[in-house]
Design a protein. Structure first.
Length: 79
């Protein structure tokens, strides 16, 4: 939420990757209720697979939940 609020004034975008459908639904409602849905794009899937196929320029990657795969995800993302 803080990241989305911060990028909103510069028309930035926060991309969030989630695998669990209940968390995706809950987050979508939260983004909509907070008027941040235009600043956030949710991607459903495994973070390693998503980063391996990433084709957008980004400024920062923040990995939070998948602690066991931090190193492998950072190795995958070398764009």
């Amino acid at each position: 939420m803080w990241l989305a609020s911060a990028v909103e004034e510069n028309q930035g975008k926060v991309y969030t990757v989630e695998l669990a459908k209940p968390k995706i639904d809950m987050a979508a409602k939260t983004f909509k209720d907070s008027d941040l849905e235009n600043s956030v794009q949710q991607i459903e899937g495994n973070v390693s697979a998503v980063l391996n196929n990433w084709d957008k320029q980004i400024d920062m990657v923040f990995l939070d939940a998948d602690k066991m795969n931090y190193l492998s995800a950072s190795i995958l993302y070398r764009h």
